[in-house]
Every structure is written in structure tokens, then in C-alpha cells.
Design a protein around this ligand. Structure first.
Ligand SMILES: [Zn+2]
Length: 300
């Protein structure tokens, strides 16, 4: 079944007129499937990653920057790491995502907190437009990705945020509401009222309904303005050039010793499962540049 409804893989922004409340919705279908197509993850892990992907897109839409927003859930349990990277490409403004997970072989379906164990939620901003980077780390609290994220936002950003996420293993979706701080409110009940309405949302509605229908279903008595959607696609930013730079940073001696031991250097991208191989000649070329060092004084 591959319907290509225009709503799929689309992010929508909306605002509630005359209030400091704004929101986004996201539906990920193709981008979700492609992001995980080379990964052999059990269903419950696909679902956790799908929710984190939807959350990442929703949060990145609240930021104005070009660059990457990276969400990581790190733990000491059998599920070691969930990573989602959502980017707004500097050249095109296109929204892209990629995701990966690390886990031990004895991972079994359980609540997210049980699988992760003692852990942290890490948010990293990596702007590509010259702005300052940022990393926030908080202990994991909450039993779901949405609870963890709401707690994070309350603790570190001090912005009232509500998030609903859904994933059925084949597609992921979500909705975010945020109350912008420091704005004069004439309608002081709006945040509570709109949250009460939003709480009635069902997972199937998040996954299936076009944004316009979803907002009408939830908020038809409110004055909502829906903006044009933006499409989202899978993109892995890894490249042979990036890998080459990383190998150069390891240093010539290190690379030489790997070549001597194994005959080649192999670098694997955890996001897209691509392998980059450098044989003896490739790896020598890494350190071959046409910059000639000046000869030491007094010698020719
Ligand atoms: Zn890659």
C-alpha cells in the first residue's frame, strides 16, 4: 500500500489568533520508511524512533535557525542510544531527517524508561548560519518520548510545551503546542482550554487526518490560522569527503597502523548503513596535499 497523499511527509505551522499560542503538526511516511529501510530494528524500536523523529521535526520547526537539531536519548539499559537529527538545509531551506539506534542483543519490548534505564535526554543545536551552538542535557523523566520532551522543555527552555506523538511502525506523526513567554494575554484561559481540546486527539487522527481536518476536529471553536505545509525528506549528510576529513583528524600514524593490521580502513555510517572503504592507496592520498612545507632554514 503506497498512497502518496499530499499531506504525507509534511510539516504544518498554525497559530491561534490573538493568543501567544502556536503549534505544528507533522506526518512522516516515506521519510520514516526510508530512514529505517536499511536498519533491522524490532517494531517497538521503530515506534520509539518514529516518535522521536516526529518530535524532532516539531521542535526544529519552532526554531528559526538553519542547521541541525539533534535529539538523543542515552541510557545504560539494553537500549543504549536513540538519535534523531532534523535539519533545515542552509542552501535550500529543505527539511530533512535521519535516525539511528544502538542496543544490546538482549533488548526486549518494555516501557521506554525500562529499556533505557538510567539515562539522559540530550538536545544539541548545530547551526549552519553562524549562530551559536547549544547543548542541553537533563536526566530522563517520563515514560514516553512526549513526556520526556515536555519535561525537558519545562526544565531547560521554560516554555510551556505540549506534545502528542504517534507511530504505528510504518508512519509517525505528532502535534506540538507552545505558549510563547512574555506576551500580553487578554484571553488568560486560552492555554488551558486549547490543551483540553488537544488532549482528546487520537493516535489514528494524528497519523491519518490532513492537518486542516485535524485542526478542525480539535479546535473548530477556536480561531486557528493554518500556514502552508513544508515537505520533509530523509537525507543522510555523510559523504566520502566528510569521512576523509575525519580520518585526517585521526592522523597519519593511526591510519597507517590500521592499514597494516587490516589492509583497509572501513568506516560505517550508522544512519544510512553506507560503508566507506579506504585501501592503502586511498589512505595515503588522504595525507597527500599539494602544500609543500618550507624547507628548514640553512638546508637545501
Ligand atoms: Zn550516512
Amino acid at each position: 500500500m503506497s498512497s502518496n497523499a499530499p499531506e504525507q511527509d509534511t510539516l504544518h505551522r498554525f497559530t491561534f489568533e490573538n493568543t501567544p499560542i502556536r503549534g505544528n503538526t507533522i506526518q512522516l511516511h516515506q521519510s520514516f520508511m526510508i530512514a529505517l529501510q536499511n536498519q533491522a530494528y524490532p517494531d517497538f524500536l521503530r515506534i520509539a524512533l518514529g516518535e522521536l523523529m516526529a518530535a524532532g521535526m516539531l521542535l526544529s520547526a519552532t526554531l528559526k535557525m538553519h542547521g541541525a537539531l539533534i535529539l538523543q536519548i542515552q541510557g545504560k539499559g539494553p537500549l543504549k542510544l536513540l538519535v534523531v537529527e532534523c535539519s533545515r538545509q542552509a542552501e535550500t531551506g529543505a527539511l530533512t531527517l535521519r535516525a539511528t539506534a544502538k542496543f544490546s542483543e538482549n533488548l526486549q519490548a518494555a516501557s521506554l524508561l525500562q529499556m533505557i534505564g538510567d539515562g539522559h535526554f540530550v538536545i544539541t543545536l548545530d547551526p549552519k548560519d553562524g549562530g551559536a551552538g547549544y547543548q542541553g542535557i537533563v536526566p530522563l523523566e517520563g515514560n514516553s518520548v512526549s513526556e520526556m520532551l515536555e519535561n525537558y522543555m519545562r526544565r531547560s527552555e521554560q516554555i510551556e510545551t505540549s506534545i502528542w506523538l504517534a507511530c504505528d511502525g510504518r508512519q509517525a506523526a505528532g502535534m506540538l503546542l507552545q505558549k510563547l513567554p512574555g506576551q500580553h494575554e487578554t484571553d488568560t484561559d486560552a492555554w488551558n482550554r486549547i490543551n483540553m481540546l488537544a488532549k482528546t486527539v487520537q493516535n489514528e487522527e494524528l497519523l491519518q487526518l490532513p492537518a486542516e481536518h485535524l485542526l478542525h476536529r480539535l479546535f473548530h471553536e477556536e480561531d486557528v490560522r493554518l500556514y502552508d505545509g513544508q515537505s520533509v525528506q530523509f537525507l543522510c549528510s555523510c559523504s566520502r569527503d566528510n569521512v576523509s576529513n575525519m580520518l585526517r583528524m585521526l592522523g597519519q600514524e593511526e591510519i597507517k597502523s590500521i592499514i597494516e593490521e587490516r589492509g583497509e580502513v572501513e568506516v560505517h555510517c550508522d544512519f544510512c548503513n553506507r560503508n566507506y572503504r579506504f585501501d592503502r592507496i586511498d589512505s595515503e592520498q588522504l595525507f597527500f596535499t599539494d602544500i609543500t612545507m618550507p624547507a628548514p632554514p640553512g638546508r637545501h
